[in-house]
Every structure is written in C-alpha cells, then in structure tokens.
Design a protein around this ligand. Structure first.
Ligand code: PGA
Length: 249
C-alpha cells in the first residue's frame, strides 16, 4: 500500500521568524499515521524548521540542490550542505526552476540520480505540461518524455524511492485546478510509463502527487482519486490552518 504524502512548497515566501510562527501553530497537527507530511522551505529557514519539528512526524524539505558536491558555483547549495541540516526531502525540477532558471531535464536527471545514490534525502521530482501543450492535446506524450529523460540511467531498485509530483503549469498559482479526472488520468499515465520503464512493483509502489491550486475546498476530491497519492501544495501551505485543512481532508 502506498502511504499518502502531502508536502507544502513555500517557494520564496516567509522568513526564519515567520517560519517559526508557522511551526508553532502547525506542530500540534494530529497527523494521521497513514499520511506523511512535509514542508519544503527556502534554504535559510531549513535549520529552524528541522529544529521546530524534531519531535514530530513532520518532515522538512529543500526546493533545489546542485548536482555537484562542491565547487565554484556561486549562489548554489550542495547535498552535503543539506544533509548537515538534516532535511528529509528536496524538490527537483519544479516548473518555476525549469522556466525561470533554465533547468533542463539533463540537470534534473543528474540531481535525482545524485540524491538516490546518496539515499539520505528523498527527491520530489516535478513534471507537468504548459497550457500550450495541453491545448495542443500533447500533454501525455510531453510528460512521458519528461519522465523518460528525468529517470534516464536510474535503476529499478532506486526508481521507486522517487516521489513524483505531477503539476500542470497552467494550474500552478492560478486558482485553476485540474479536474480530479484530469489529474488522476495523468497520474495514471505516469504510473504506466514507470511500469514500461521498470516493472509493476515499481509502478505500484511509487508515490505520485498532484500539485496546482490544491486548497482545503478541493483536497478531498483530488486526494481520494485512485492514482493520486498526495499533493504538492504551494499557496495554501503558507497558512497553517489552510494546510491543516488539506491534510485532514
Ligand atoms: P500552488 O503551487 O498550490 O500555489 O498552485 C503548487 C506548486 O507550485 O507546487
């Protein structure tokens, strides 16, 4: 059985002080043991969140990592640096990084591979099509190609440790959620692609989240679909009440 996983993505919001306020309000959350929960925050807030959540089941994640362990890469953060803080997850290849920071599938693939080889931080790999691609009816082949490139060279025994987040770009931060059927159908397509690349034991165990304007009002209908195992939540994870509402769907 797949354990549902709901992660917040704070993007470039909050400060250390406001992250601590959130953690105080949020850590009493009664997480149903059948659901995993994490907050993916800006780098500067990670140590404070790891400390604030240390006696809870709530995980902490980063939003990016460089694929080299160290080097002359001004402004970047490496895996050993994240491990030192003690984070559990790292978002890789979010559409905002692909779009505004020119992150390619090749770079995404290197990052996912590095995390899997090291095996201490779980990658949350984001894929998803733009509005143009969906309007052209090419969303399935587009996302399948992202999966193929992002999983290149990753062996079956490691692949199942990736969390995949399907986030249609047109639904991110727009208030325009994919319908539960649209979201579930793409998550199913992704699961079938994973089965084709690996085998059924990998495809049936891999966690596939949906992301894009998930909020308390729509979380239940999305999270109860058969191929959707959780959510990656942006805007609605910034307020502890809203994020609790989503988790307690
Ligand atoms: P949103 O963002 O929930 O604000 O649409 C989701 C994401 O970008 O992960």
């Amino acid at each position: 059985m797949r354990v549902p996983f709901i992660a917040g993505n704070w993007k470039m919001f909050k400060t250390i002080a406001s992250a601590k306020v959130f953690a105080d309000e949020f850590k009493d959350l009664k997480v149903n043991k059948e659901i995993k929960v994490a907050i993916c925050a800006p780098y500067t807030q990670l140590a404070a969140l790891v400390e604030a959540f240390k006696d809870t089941e709530i995980g902490v994640g980063a939003q990016n990592v460089h694929y080299e362990a160290e080097g002359a890469f001004t402004g970047e953060i490496s895996l050993p640096m994240l491990k030192e803080i003690g984070v559990d997850y790292c978002i890789i290849g979010h559409s905002e990084r692909r779009e505004y920071f020119n992150e390619t599938d090749e770079a995404v693939n290197k990052k996912v591979k590095m995390l899997l080889e090291d095996d201490s931080i779980t990658p949350i790999l984001c894929v998803g099509e733009s509005l143009e691609v969906r309007e052209a009816g090419e969303e399935a082949s587009f996302v399948e190609e992202q999966i193929e490139k992002d999983f290149a060279g990753i062996s079956a025994d490691k692949a199942g440790n990736v969390v995949i987040a399907y986030e249609p770009v047109w639904a991110i931060g727009t208030g325009k959620t994919a319908t539960p059927d649209q979201a579930d159908s793409m998550c199913k397509t992704i699961r079938e692609k994973i089965k084709a690349l690996y085998d059924e034991s990998v495809s049936e165990s891999i966690i596939i989240q949906y992301g894009g304007s998930v909020k308390p009002a729509n979380s239940k209908e999305i999270l109860t679909m058969g191929d959707i195992d959780g959510a990656l939540v942006g805007g609605a994870s910034l307020k502890s009440e809203d994020f609790k509402g989503i988790i307690n769907f």
